[in-house]
Design a protein around this ligand. Structure first.
Ligand code: RIB
Length: 311
């Protein structure tokens, strides 16, 4: 049986520019690379990943009533995502992200959230009627929505997985209901704990600090090219990522956390789930774009087989 995951999160249209050199303040840089509009948003990227990797992906979000929303929803339907719980706001536009991708694949993102910030507690309560096996969240929607989602899940005994992006220092982690996993990347980890996870000692300090702020079974810190760090309050383990070309890191974190969640739901094994997610992350950074760079389950299986990875 496929695992049913309710993703309560954001949808953005990404305006992506690939640049050789970032402009200084006051400087204009003329680029010969092309630009593109590609469907993105942390929630939507994860929803696409859940669907492509073999989950039942149910997406609860708010978009505008505009052309971006039409194009994005068509993609979700193509991927087999359940779009029943996507609401169209009559006033706010679909979220927009401005993304600059540098030559080494690193990205800088500014999000104009638009309709994402209108996602309401009623929208979320309605979505729980899909009877999910798990709930998956990011912080790109109102704090009140994230808090309500964790409380609804707690009442229904549904496990909650949180990708802690985008994070800020004053995020009300103490208001969240119990989590199965919280997974920040390096900058989100620093924002939430004040500790840079730059070596194993600091990873442990940061993960421990995070566990004091929020009730969670596991902390999984995404460390980009270094892999991912798992902590369960007693044991810690760094799982290295795999070698590969870095073209564009956009959506790598969103797909990593979705892949980890799905494999964990399928097997109950967090170490295996993180190894699987490391494979997905390596594949995503090797291609340009957000949702367009996410592989399907057969491609991931082939990657794992061809690299001789033992899960
Ligand atoms: O994590 C990548 C995503 O962050 C982009 O697709 C952008 O829309 C922002 O939400």
């Amino acid at each position: 049986m496929k695992k049913r995951v309710l993703i309560i999160s954001s949808a953005n249209m990404d305006f992506v520019m690939k640049v050789g050199k970032l402009p200084e303040a006051g400087q204009t840089v003329v680029e010969t690379n092309s630009y593109d509009y590609v469907p993105g948003g942390k929630g939507a990227n994860s929803a696409v990943a859940f669907a492509r990797l073999g989950g039942d992906s149910i997406f609860c979000a708010r978009m505008g009533n505009d052309q971006h929303a039409q194009r994005m929803k068509a993609l979700y339907k193509d991927c087999g995502i359940d779009t029943r719980f996507i609401k169209h706001d009559r006033v706010a536009p679909t979220g927009l992200a401005s993304i600059i991708v540098e030559g080494d694949g690193a990205n800088r993102i500014v999000v104009y959230p638009g309709a994402n910030m209108k996602l309401s507690t009623d929208d979320i309560e309605d979505a729980f009627t899909c009877l999910p096996d798990a709930v998956f969240l990011h912080f790109e929607i109102p704090d009140s929505a994230v808090i309500a989602a964790t409380q609804f899940a707690k009442q229904r005994k549904i496990p909650v997985f949180v990708d802690a992006g985008p994070a800020r220092a004053d995020y009300p982690l103490d208001k969240l209901g119990p989590l199965e996993v919280i997974s920040p990347n390096e900058s989100e980890c620093f924002a939430l704990t004040g500790i840079q996870p730059n070596d194993s000692q600091n990873c442990l300090k940061a993960a421990f600090t995070l566990m004091q702020k929020v009730e969670t079974k596991y902390v999984v810190i995404k460390l980009g090219g270094r892999g991912a760090y798992i902590y369960d309050g007693k044991y810690a383990q760094l799982l290295a990522s795999y070698e590969g070309e870095v073209v564009d890191t956009t959506a790598a974190g969103d797909s990593f956390t979705a892949a980890m969640t799905l494999e964990y739901l399928r097997t109950g094994d967090i170490v295996r789930a993180v190894k699987y997610a490391n494979a997905v992350g390596t594949m995503v950074v090797g291609k340009a774009g957000a949702s367009s760079s996410i592989p399907d389950a057969a491609q991931v299986d082939e990657f794992i087989r061809s690299r001789g990875i033992v899960l």
